[in-house]
Design a protein around this ligand. Structure first.
Ligand SMILES: Cc1cc2nc3c(=O)[nH]c(=O)nc-3n(C[C@H](O)[C@H](O)[C@H](O)COP(=O)(O)OP(=O)(O)OC[C@H]3O[C@@H](n4cnc5c(N)ncnc54)[C@H](O)[C@@H]3O)c2cc1C
Length: 383
């Protein structure tokens, strides 16, 4: 029997919707019967995505603000970084969800259901989801749902990137909306690698986020005290109102996320698209979605294999995670060294997994080699 759908997209977040929109906008696939399932209606502004990009991107229409220059601050080195041809962009979750659903709802072959997915499975040449006791089949299931917490195996590094942010509004004008603060390490490093970032959206409005890379989450008051202290003492703002709040936790791990299981393809964070050493995900999701669609057209299946080029970056990520986890060197000094000794664009390309080996040698020689080299060797011997 033919399955009810060609594709089921389980989870309508960044990865599910990025893929769905690309699928329907591809003329050769636009007739495919697609089911998108999510337990949430996605009407909340539950996150903001920051990323850098050169030129107009696939979701340019929903870019909320963008900056041509970014500040980097640390106790050792601070600079206004020129990032052309990149711009640093922000997309609000709510705008993204609305934009994608508007496109998707205009295709009669796309069904959207708001219900919980209990589990997923595979059978010969097909896959299925179980939702509220009902089994729904498709040729392929694209899954971005993390059904279980990640269980890192022995020797796998796992840090949380956790952050709390406030969008604040001030009575007077304090901010320069043309320069964002990418990282400001001039805050206590007591809990591990810790920085603020600040995205000015208007002269009197900015998103300020307190971010940490470590093993343990903090009580909410601790994030709030740090934010208040930074706004008062570093930004020198006495009076402000909190317009919105954002809290999030992103896994930073070299745990090997599954890529596929039978006809299930894992996408988004659940498919290993979160960069282990930075937590950035949005642009990796875009590249992965584009590659899936390209494969469907070119070779007739959606499986995207890890290349040796990507494995090189997995080694760099794992090495940095090892160094940070073992607290061999403070995180702020690693980022300070990178930005001090390299053009910002090279660092951003490296963080995007897009540098050449020659550029990577320059990047690697910017950080303490006596610490990073043995860490990389240990990582390679682990396999
Ligand atoms: C607050 C926050 C801010 C972030 N900021 C950035 C950033 O600035 N830049 C960046 O690159 N990355 C950022 N990230 C990391 C990453 O980009 C996001 O987590 C991104 O949303 C991951 O996409 P995803 O599709 O894998 O997961 P999600 O977007 O979380 O989508 C998963 C979907 O699955 C649904 N779901 C879960 N369980 C079930 C179930 N049982 N049944 C049905 N549906 C279910 C959820 O409702 C959700 O819609 C941020 C993450 C968070 C949490």
């Amino acid at each position: 029997m033919m399955p009810a759908y060609d594709y089921i997209i389980a989870g309508a977040g960044a990865a599910g919707l990025s893929l769905a929109v690309r699928l329907v906008q591809e003329p050769l696939l636009k007739e495919k019967r697609i089911l998108i399932i999510d337990k949430a209606r996605k009407t909340e502004n539950d996150r903001t995505w920051c990323f850098w990009e050169s030129g107009r991107g696939y979701f340019e229409d929903v870019v909320h603000h963008q900056w041509k220059n970014i500040h980097f601050y640390s106790p050792d080195f601070s600079s206004l970084l020129e990032i052309a041809p990149y711009t640093y962009k922000v997309i609000r979750g709510k705008d993204f969800y609305e934009h994608c659903f508007t496109i998707l709802k205009s295709y009669p072959n796309v069904h959207i259901q708001f219900r919980s997915v209990d589990s997923i499975g595979t059978e010969t040449n097909a896959a299925f989801v179980i939702s509220e006791g009902e089994k729904i089949e498709a040729q392929y299931v694209f899954n971005s749902i993390l059904f279980e917490p990640i269980q890192p195996s022995l020797g796998t590094f796992y840090l949380h990137q956790h952050f709390k942010g406030w969008e604040i509004v001030t009575e007077k004008d304090y901010f320069n909306p043309s320069v964002a603060t990418f990282m400001d390490f001039r805050v206590s490093q007591h809990y591990g690698t810790t920085f603020m970032y600040m995205l000015p959206l208007a002269p009197n409005r900015a998103l300020v986020e307190y971010t940490l890379f470590n093993e343990s989450l903090l009580p909410q008051e601790t994030y709030e005290e740090a934010l208040t202290d930074y706004i008062h003492n570093t930004l020198q703002i006495d009076q402000f109102q909190i317009h919105t709040t954002e809290y999030g936790v992103i896994p930073m791990t070299n745990y090997k996320f599954p890529k596929k299981q039978g006809n299930i393809i894992f996408i988004g964070t659940a498919g290993g698209q979160t960069k282990a050493s930075s937590g950035y995900t949005f642009q990796f999701v875009q590249k992965h979605s584009a590659a899936i669609v390209e494969n469907l057209i070119r070779v007739g299946h959606p499986f995207v294999h890890t290349t040796s080029f990507q494995e090189r970056f997995q080694l760099y990520d794992a090495t940095l995670l090892r160094v940070l986890s073992e607290r061999k060197v403070p995180g702020y000094s690693v980022f300070a060294d990178l930005f001090k000794k390299n053009p910002a664009t090279r660092v951003l390309r490296f963080l995007d997994n897009e540098t050449s080996l020659q550029e990577e040698i320059k990047i690697m020689s910017s950080v303490p080699t006596s610490i990073f080299f043995p860490a990389a060797i240990k990582q390679m011997l682990r396999g």
